[in-house]
Ligand binder design. Structure first.
Ligand code: FAD
Length: 265
């Protein structure tokens, strides 16, 4: 299948060209598979992906998530060797991740969480008391306790997607091609758009907010609900904020992180 129409075959068809679809294509290409990405929009990485805050953390409550996040962080730390771009090209930085509370009642809960993270192999996290917070993070408001995660990092998700896409050498990318049907065939799957179809042994559904819709014909009930979220850019030239970690306040739910020329909340 081309954008002009027709049919084609591939080892794998990926439905959706956000960061998940594009990075999956790169890994599959590395493993020797012939891949086709089918994306309904006119550019890759243009739906949810460019709106993400781009935070990478390794503190989760499940060992599998911790392992995935640690591997992901290692990948970004070695991005030059993996994708041939400099850390600056994807705005990678590692200023940490600061989780704060204004409530004294939360202290025991934070301490328990820290013990759990450490038990799962996360070694970069430390508990901070009020004095320590005031000394290290003067912008922390009324917070009385917190956990600082030293490995908390950021990337720019749109630039990362471009870096993955730039390294694809044998993958066909079909833009402006909305997938209308995914059907099983005797040899695998047929992915159809109004312009044509691609047959493949495997289909990867990477449709982001539309994944549930794409999978429901197969009886897969993905618990994805689309709800609006807003990202705000605040111009900010305070030098102290420029090297700030991602700051989250658990009491009022606010969070922000520095970006070039300001911060994102
Ligand atoms: C405000 C905000 C902040 C976030 N912050 C973070 C963060 O700090 N850290 C983090 O890890 N994550 C964060 N996320 C989550 C992150 O953005 C998403 O998990 C990630 O971008 C999902 O990528 P994706 O490729 O699955 O989806 P998307 O980028 O949405 O890509 C899905 C693609 O599938 C295409 N598609 C859908 N249906 C079809 C179809 N029928 N035919 C063809 N193409 C189709 C779409 O057009 C789209 O391009 C944040 C999200 C938001 C909204």
């Amino acid at each position: 299948m081309t954008n002009a129409g027709g049919s084609a075959t591939s080892d794998v068809v990926i439905v959706g060209g956000g960061v998940i679809g594009v990075s999956s294509a790169w890994w599959l290409e590395q493993a020797g598979y012939l891949v086709t990405i089918v994306e309904r929009r006119k550019t890759l990485g243009s739906l949810t992906t460019p709106n993400a805050l781009g935070t990478i953390r390794t503190q989760y409550g499940a060992p599998s998530l911790v392992a995935l996040a640690q591997e992901s962080l290692e990948f970004y730390r070695h991005i030059q060797a993996r994708l041939g771009v400099a850390p600056n090209d994807i705005e990678f930085s590692n200023p940490g991740y600061l989780y704060l509370t204004d409530r004294a009642d939360d202290v025991d809960r934070l301490a328990d969480a820290l013990t759990m993270y450490q038990g799962l192999g996360v070694t970069s996290s430390e508990m901070l008391n009020e004095a320590e917070i005031r000394r290290r993070f003067r912008f922390a408001g009324d917070s009385v306790a917190g956990i600082f995660h030293g490995d908390g990092s950021f990337v720019n998700p749109a630039l990362v997607t471009g870096a993955w896409a730039g390294q694809l050498s044998n993958t066909t990318v079909l833009l402006d091609s909305a997938v209308e049907a995914i059907e099983s065939t005797s040899s695998g799957w047929r992915v159809s758009t109004e312009r044509g179809h691609v047959d493949a042994a495997v289909v990867v559904v990477a449709g982001g907010p539309y994944a549930a819709q794409l999978l429901s014909p197969f009886g897969v009930d993905l618990p994805v609900r689309v709800t609006p979220r807003y990202r705000v850019f605040v111009p900010d030239d305070d030098p102290e904020h420029r090297s700030a970690p991602l700051v989250i306040n658990v009491v009022n739910g606010s969070y922000w992180r520095p970006v070039p020329r300001g911060h994102l909340a």
